[in-house]
Every structure is written in C-alpha cells, then in structure tokens.
Design a protein around this ligand. Structure first.
Ligand code: SF4
Length: 421
C-alpha cells in the first residue's frame, strides 16, 4: 500500500493566450481577458501566488518544511526534498511579465525549495507579441523553454489558427539561445487536416535544422470535453466555444488514421537515424535533454500543482482545481480577507488502478516494464496477446529482462492500455 509523498515537482498553470486556437482543450482565457484594459492577468497572478503559499502551508503541515533545521544541533529535521522540476504551463506563460515570473519563482524557492540543478520550464509561443523576454525568463531561473511551434509550414499554421510563422519559430529559438537557455523543446503536430506525409517530413527536417534539444510530436486530437462531462462547475475543462466546435467537425473528416500511422513511423525512423532517443511515445530528446518534469509524471512521482484546472498527485490521490477563473480568484482573493483554497475535486486511487497506472506509464517509456510484471495476474493474458501481435518486445536493460513497446505497439498503445485497466 503506498503512502502519500511530498512533491518532487510543481506545475503552475498560467491560462492566458492572445487568442484561442480552435483545436485547443487546455484551460485558456484569451482576448480581452489576456490584454487590454479589462485584462484579468494581474489578479490571476496574484491569486496563483496565494495558492502557492496555501498549498505550501498544507505541505509543511503534512510533511515538514523544506528549510526546517533543528535549532539545537543544526541538523536538518522534517526536511522536504527541494523540487527537482518547476513547470510553467498554459495557456501561454511567456505572456507573463518578467517581474511576475520572478515573484512567483521567489515564492516557490522560499516555500518549496528548488534543487540547484532543477529543471525550470516555461511554455512559450513563437509569435513576436507572445514569446516574451527570454533574458528576463532566464534571470528568473528558467532553464528550459518549450515552444508551441506546431508546424514549420506557413499554410498549415494558418489552417490551425496559429498566429506565428516558421521564421518566427527560428527567431524565438535564436533569442532563447542568445539569452542562455540551455534546453529547448519544439512541439509539433501531425494528423493535421490537409497535411501530407511529405509535408510532415519537411516540418520535422525544418525543425531539426534549428537545433532543438527535444521534440514533442503529438497527433492532433479533437475531443469534446462537454460530452465527456468534464466542463461542469468543478470540472477541470472549459466548455468548447461554438466556433471551435464547428472547426473541429470540419477538421475531423480530414483526419486519417492510416496517414497518421505513416507519419508516426516516418518520424520514428528519421529521428532515430539522426541519433535522437524516442524515450517516450510522443517525445524525443538528444542525450541529457529528456524532460525531467514529464518523467516525474510517467514514473508516477508526486507533484504539486496550482492555477485554474491544474492537477496534482501525491502517490495515493489525485486532486484538481476547477477550470473556472472567477471562483478560483474569489476563493484566493476574497473581499472579506478570509482566503481559502480554490474549488475542485479529488480522487483516491485504488490499489488495482495504481498497479495498472504504473504499468501503463512505464510502457510509455522506452525502458518498458520488468518482464516479471507480465508473468502474473490478469496482466499476463494481456501481455501474451500483445506479444502475439508484435506490440511488445523483450529487451535487456542493465542485465534486467524487460518488455517494451515496439513501434507498432506505440501506434496501438491505447488498445493495449485499455486492456490493462
Ligand atoms: S496557444 Fe496553445 S494554449 Fe493557447 S489556445 Fe493555442 S494551443 Fe491552446
């Protein structure tokens, strides 16, 4: 039976974007909420700072303070380990002014502790009005920037409703490098309406020519959070606007599973030939640039999270904040001064679900699972089925026999994962 663990990573959701892309299901507030006289940015940043403090109070109570030294002996007692990763996601966190970023990082440093070699990631958009000031981000402690490039084809970017050009991706990367950012990721999308396999190859090659350290390659997913019932009062998603719903209906008919599989295989072969490691189903890195933050998720580590719609995990339960901004701000910045944690939900994870989750998350990684996990219990039948179809293969990792997904297994991973749950 697992016990709750103090967080080793922290996610901070900053939900503002200049405009909302029609395929996006992240918790985003755009347009007048993000800029201009009615912008709600300052109040939200203030509220996020207060949530950081309140969550830290609760962690101090449960696990001890990160800086609690024994005053008599000088020996550390009740010390929480400092964070190994801090991740500013969104939204477009690069819209945050440098001074606000410094204030938030200062709260994290004093209340959570940040390890000297920690990864501090900021998501950014490449457009000139969105990329922010890389030098200011660097001064605040950012070590890694993840750019939402999505494509290196101008027409494709327009079709996706994006506001930047391929040249601006290059300019943003150059600015980040000049500021001394050590690790840069580019997000790219395949299975985009109208995107041929050749166009996808051209995007990957153009991205590689810019010299990134990490690539996240995602199939465009067009979900319906309203139909999934996750947009209610305490839901962690916002309702899909009618225009975005119409865009998705048109786009869905132009998607093609077979073409997407060809695009995935092409990316796998091309990146492997270039010496990249596909260390997770959707993520490739040059050696030493694997995302330490996402590895905490995949290795089922404990993480804290703040901001509207953010999810946290303590090893035994998942907790989330509701996506709606008004109740979030109202709880943390009340008129009567009696601040409280924002509304949201919580789910205890049963032992059976925890076992399945551990297996599924490990299978996402290129190290796979110990072969012994496939020999006992209900999972043994699933693994026999997966082996017979060539979805998993045996490997030897430092002398330990393990099973990992083949490329075919990665393509059909959802079918395998559903059987393990
Ligand atoms: S910029 Fe990113 S977070 Fe913002 S709406 Fe577009 S996809 Fe979503």
């Amino acid at each position: 039976m697992s016990t709750p663990q103090p967080p080793i990573a922290l996610y901070i959701h900053l939900p503002f974007c200049l405009a909302r892309c029609p395929y996006c299901d992240f918790v985003v507030y755009a347009g007048g909420d993000a800029r201009g006289p009615q912008a709600r940015t300052e109040r939200l940043y203030e509220a996020v700072g207060r949530e950081l403090e309140l969550r830290a109070d609760a962690l101090d109570h449960r696990f001890g303070r990160p800086d609690a030294d024994d005053l008599r002996t000088g020996a550390p007692v009740d010390r929480r380990v400092p964070l190994r990763s801090v991740y500013f996601g969104g939204g477009t966190p690069s819209l945050v002014p440098g001074e606000w970023l410094e204030r938030l990082v200062a709260i994290v440093r004093s209340r959570y502790g940040i390890a000297p070699d920690a990864e501090v990631t900021l998501e950014a958009n490449p457009g000139p009005g969105e990329r922010g000031d890389a030098a200011a981000f660097r001064r605040a402690g950012v070590t890694r920037i993840s750019f939402g490039a999505q494509s290196m084809d101008a027409a494709e970017l327009r079709r996706l409703g994006r506001r930047h050009s391929p040249e601006e991706v290059a300019a943003s990367m150059a600015a980040a490098r000049a500021a001394g950012v050590a690790s840069i990721n580019l997000d790219l999308l395949y299975d985009v309406p109208g995107q041929s396999v050749a166009a996808w190859e051209a995007t990957i090659r153009a991205a590689l020519a810019l010299g990134p350290d990490h690539l996240s390659l995602y199939a465009l997913t067009l979900d319906d959070p309203d139909a999934e019932g996750i947009t209610g009062k305490d839901g962690d998603h916002l309702p899909t606007p009618p225009g975005a719903r119409r865009w998705r209906e048109r786009a869905r008919v132009e998607q093609d599973d077979d073409r997407a599989a060809d695009q995935y295989r092409l990316a796998t072969d091309l990146l492997s030939a270039e010496g990249w490691r596909g260390y997770e189903i959707s993520n490739w890195a040059r050696p030493g640039h694997e995302s330490r933050h996402n590895l905490v998720y995949w290795e089922r580590g404990s993480y804290e999270a703040v901001g509207p719609g953010a999810h946290a995990f303590d090893g035994t339960a998942r907790r989330w904040n509701a996506a709606a901004m008004e109740p979030y701000v109202a709880a943390l910045m009340p008129i009567d001064g009696r601040r409280a944690l924002p509304p949201g939900g919580r789910e205890e994870i049963s032992a059976e679900t925890a076992t399945a989750e551990r297996m599924i998350l490990a299978l996402r990684l290129d190290g796979g699972v110990p072969a012994t996990w496939a020999e006992v219990g209900p999972a043994s039948g699933v693994f026999s089925w997966a082996r017979s179809l060539g979805l998993v293969e045996p490997i030897d990792l430092d002398g330990e026999p393990r099973l990992r997904l083949t490329t075919r297994g990665r393509l059909l991973s959802n079918e395998l994962f559903e059987r393990l749950l």
